[in-house]
Ligand binder design. Structure first.
Ligand code: SF4
Length: 442
């Protein structure tokens, strides 16, 4: 029995792709190993969103020198965005890297891996950016049984100046609605209770499809599959419409949670980033969403230290956080990505300045999130218990479990494992900046 091990870095897209590759290998008679000791194949799915992420892939790839010298194993298959951006350089640097496959060639991976096991070196990188070789498998073998991601569109056409995604994941391509719905039904039969629709920009869904079914239409059709809960990530402010908000209001199983990346608070920086909305236009979308969904859980993404960002520009990002009071913000210091427009822009800031601004923005947002979470103590929420908490013990020797509120806040609660996969009513008893704690209301 040939054995493999999968390592994943990066976003949900990489996790989703890896779960499908795992499923495909298991269906072809491979055995999955919990670690890489003594395996025939390591599938390393790497991220390129920031320089640090890519460095991690390089250093990880370097670790196979000793077993390779001693046993000529493992073969390493490099996939994900890092495969597309590193490309054949990985071949030249490490003889154990036997396959490099970009995200748009995932469907060719099983056959590519067979060729590797037959002694070939395989590069699945080229081809036209409109093309996508998809896998038949849905993520049956996935990390979380009760929460499942479904990609609805690949790639992106927005070319934000700092972003490498259009270069690594190619042009925007909607999946046929029937394929999405078939996968959702299969996941529900397979035990999933929460479906998260995934895309770099889900709101643009359908703009390239003849039948003209937009994201609002797809969301409503997914809502009718009977899933207990539905979420979607990531939205783009200019493409988030009243129509989508209307589906979130009218379909009971679509959760009132929205990830709407703002990226910067200064119009000058938004223009340099090629984000194509102003702060005022962004605020209009926030007001619209909150007026339609008063209980909305609103999260965002913010980059600090973009080339040319002055202290005044940065202050605008801080004031935006104070004005909007997001529930959660994924923050990052700007990182040059080779081939992106921003990488050759003037006004690059010293690393120290970027990191200092990142610290200031995190301190402010942590305080905002904590104060919002404190207001929720005493509230009751319906929570889907979807797993064990990453660490910690529950009370009275019971397990510490975790779940999410409809507004996508993580809740830790004490309970027995028979609660896994079930909805429970929880009273919030404590608040922290990254999660809530609560007790199950019998
Ligand atoms: S919308 Fe912009 S930031 Fe998001 S994936 Fe596309 S290019 Fe990147």
């Amino acid at each position: 029995m040939r054995r493999f091990h999968i390592k994943v870095y990066g976003c949900q897209m990489n996790v989703y792709d890896s779960d499908r590759v795992r499923t495909a290998l298991l269906r072809r008679g491979w055995e999955e190993a919990a670690d890489e000791g003594g395996v025939d194949l390591v599938v390393l799915t790497g991220c390129s969103v920031r320089g640090k992420a890519e460095q991690k892939v390089w250093s990880d790839l370097g670790r196979y020198a000793l077993p390779w010298r001693q046993e000529g194993r493992p073969y390493v298959a490099l996939t994900g965005c890092a495969a597309q951006s590193l490309g054949k350089r990985a071949f030249n640097r490490y003889p154990w890297v036997r396959l490099v496959s970009g995200p748009r060639h995932i469907g060719l991976l099983p056959e590519g891996i067979e060729r590797v096991m037959a002694g070939e070196r395989v590069a699945l990188l080229d081809g036209n950016p409109q093309e996508f070789h998809d896998l038949d498998e849905f993520p049956e073998a996935r990390g979380n049984k009760y929460r499942a991601y479904v990609t609805i569109a690949h790639g992106c056409d927005n070319f934000c100046a700092y972003c490498i995604v259009p270069l690594t994941r190619g042009r925007f391509l909607s999946r046929p609605a029937e394929d999405v719905l078939r996968e959702v039904r299969a996941l529900l039969e397979n035990g999933a209770r929460e479906i998260i629709l995934l895309g770099q920009n889900v709101n643009s869904y359908g703009k390239d499809l003849p039948e003209g079914l937009g994201f609002a239409g797809l969301l409503r059709r997914v809502a009718r599959t009977g899933a207990d809960r539905i979420r979607f990530v990531t939205s783009l402010p200019q493409d988030f419409t009243e129509e989508i908000a209307e589906v979130m209001v009218s379909e009971f199983n679509v959760c009132p949670s929205l990830n709407l990346p703002i990226q910067a608070g200064s119009d000058r920086i938004l223009k340099l980033m090629n984000r194509r909305y102003t702060r005022a236009e962004y605020m209009e979308k926030v007001h619209m969403a909150r007026s339609r969904l008063p209980e909305l859980g609103l999260s965002s993404d913010l980059i600090v230290g973009f080339p040319g960002e002055t202290e005044e520009d940065f202050e605008e990002s801080l004031s935006a956080l104070l004005e909007i009071r997001f529930d959660l913000v994924h923050t990052a210091a700007y990182s040059e990505r080779e081939g992106t427009p921003a990488a050759s822009m003037p006004g690059a800031l010293p690393r120290q300045v970027r990191l200092e601004r990142l610290t200031r923005v995190n301190e402010m947002q942590d305080a905002i999130t904590l104060s919002i979470n404190r207001e929720l103590v005493g509230r009751n929420y319906r929570v889907l218990v979807d797993g064990k908490a990453p660490k910690g013990q529950g009370l009275e020797g019971k397990a510490l479990l975790q779940g999410r509120t409809p507004t996508d806040k993580v809740v830790l609660l004490t309970g027995t494992e028979d609660l896994l996969g079930r909805f429970v009513d929880v009273e919030i008893t404590e608040a922290e900046s990254w999660c809530l704690r609560g007790t199950v209301i019998e």
